[in-house]
Design a protein around this ligand. Structure first.
Ligand code: NAG
Ligand code: NAG
Ligand code: NAG
Length: 391
């Protein structure tokens, strides 16, 4: 009974809860093939699932790509093995994007294609990551111990003789150091987002403390052209797409986009599938409302090509009955308590027991390749049922 009511309303998690007989998303897929549901419905379902993950289409990935170590480390800091957010306050926004340099220049010049960043995304911080190589051995005996490294934004020149540029970030770096150097370039990226045509790239200038040009054999940064992929120049963008909400049960909002699932997905006309749902309801009636596993396997959905991590996650589902009297462990709302009393006393005909639904929802993190094969870390709210209650 509960599931029939919920079918219209809530989100992905509830949908899975309501139609679930076996705890796997694969069930949805089997369902379509077994019942010979039209390919249309199946693709509508997959499309809808993509929308839950904020995408229009499955990104096409050509060959095996290695994600940047920085993004892997970031993912492991933010998420546990199942992708569930360890600490919701670690990231300021909900998206981190990485871009490799497209210029592959011999000079210390870089350009990043930001076409995959949506207009709605708020740029919080942008960083240029450069890998500083060890100075060449023959040149290590040098009187300089520090150098001044400055990052400039290249601008449309007003005169045609010299290239205009704007200083973004500058600091002293030890000549003999090696490893990643990070420069903040947020203002430049914000201006590129406003006018794509203004993105002429970045230029890095290295000087002695006295301000004269430094021998570029002494101070070298890895380029995308000559050095190992793991040392490629990279732009890291911390953004927020505005999807994060502080409301604990956001998806119960009837206006929420996640409630518009196609009807055929929710109930099948075939007697066979109806029977299987009934059976699971009968067996569910004997147990009280509780949280049970529901594994969403990205490989089974055919998404393992573009999702780096996790391979899947446990969304959990809520199942069981909510009979009178509702204990505090059922976390009943006052409304549910009153409804269970009316139901038990049969005061009014046709009043069901309250429903066993997610009470608390957690976010998960996805590390994936976008359309342009950039690696993105994104947080999605309300994806895992943390606990169940009678509502
Ligand atoms: C079942 O699917 C096949 C192939 O998609 C189609 O040709 C056939 O008409 C379908 N049968 C029914 C009863 O819908
Ligand atoms: C950026 O990438 C998109 C998609 O790959 C491409 O269509 C566009 O031409 C690129 N822009 C530049 C300036 O290279
Ligand atoms: C600048 O460009 C214009 C036209 O493109 C040209 O007529 C002019 O001579 C150029 N000036 C210099 C200083 O190169």
């Amino acid at each position: 009974m509960c599931s029939a009511m919920l079918l219209f309303g809530i989100g992905l998690v509830t949908l899975l809860c309501a139609t679930d007989a076996r705890p796997s998303l694969n069930y949805l897929e089997d369902h379509f093939t077994v019942e010979n549901e039209s390919e249309e419905v199946r693709s509508a379902a997959i499309k809808r699932l993509l929308e839950v993950f904020g995408m229009d289409d499955t990104p096409a990935i050509h060959g095996h790509k290695q994600p940047p170590q920085y993004m892997l480390d970031l993912y492991n800091t933010v998420a546990d093995v199942d992708g569930v957010t360890k600490d919701p306050y670690l990231l300021e926004g909900n998206t981190v994007r990485s871009f490799f340099d497209k210029l592959h220049s011999e000079q210390v010049e870089f350009r990043f294609n930001l076409s995959t960043v949506s207009r709605a995304e708020k740029i919080l911080t942008a960083e240029l990551h450069l890998f500083k190589l060890r100075p060449q051995a023959t040149l290590t005996f040098n009187r300089h111990h520090f150098c001044q490294v400055s990052v400039y934004q290249l601008l449309n020149s007003k005169s045609n003789s010299t290239q205009d540029k704007k200083l973004l970030s500058s600091r002293l770096i030890p000549v003999h150091s090696t490893g990643w150097e990070v420069f903040t370039i947020t203002q430049a990226v914000r201006s590129w987002m406003l006018d794509e045509g203004s993105n002429l790239g970045l230029h890095v200038v290295v000087q002695t403390l006295g301000g004269s040009p430094m021998d570029m054999k002494l101070i070298r940064f890895a380029s995308g052209r000559n050095h190992h992929q793991s040392k490629q120049p990279m732009l890291v963008l911390f953004t927020d797409d505005g999807r994060r909400s502080s409301k604990p049960l956001e998806s119960t909002d009837p206006n929420d986009a996640t409630s518009n699932l196609p009807r055929p997905l929710l109930s099948s006309p075939s007697s066979r599938s109806v029977r299987s749902v009934d059976e699971s309801e009968e067996e569910g009636a004997s147990m009280s409302c509780q949280r049970l596993p529901l594994y969403v396997d990205f490989e089974e959905i055919g998404w393992s090509g573009w999702i780096v991590s996790p391979r899947g996650y446990n969304a959990y589902h809520c199942k069981g009955s909510c009979p009178f009297p509702l204990g505090q462990n059922m976390m009943p709302t006052n409304h549910a308590t009153v409804q269970s009393i009316i139901n038990a006393l049969k005061l009014i005909k046709g009043i069901d027991m309250p429903c066993c639904v997610p009470d608390k929802l957690f976010s998960i993190n996805l590390l994936y390749f976008d359309d342009d094969e950039n690696v993105v870390l994104k947080q999605y709210n309300d994806m895992v049922a943390g606990s169940c209650g009678c509502h």
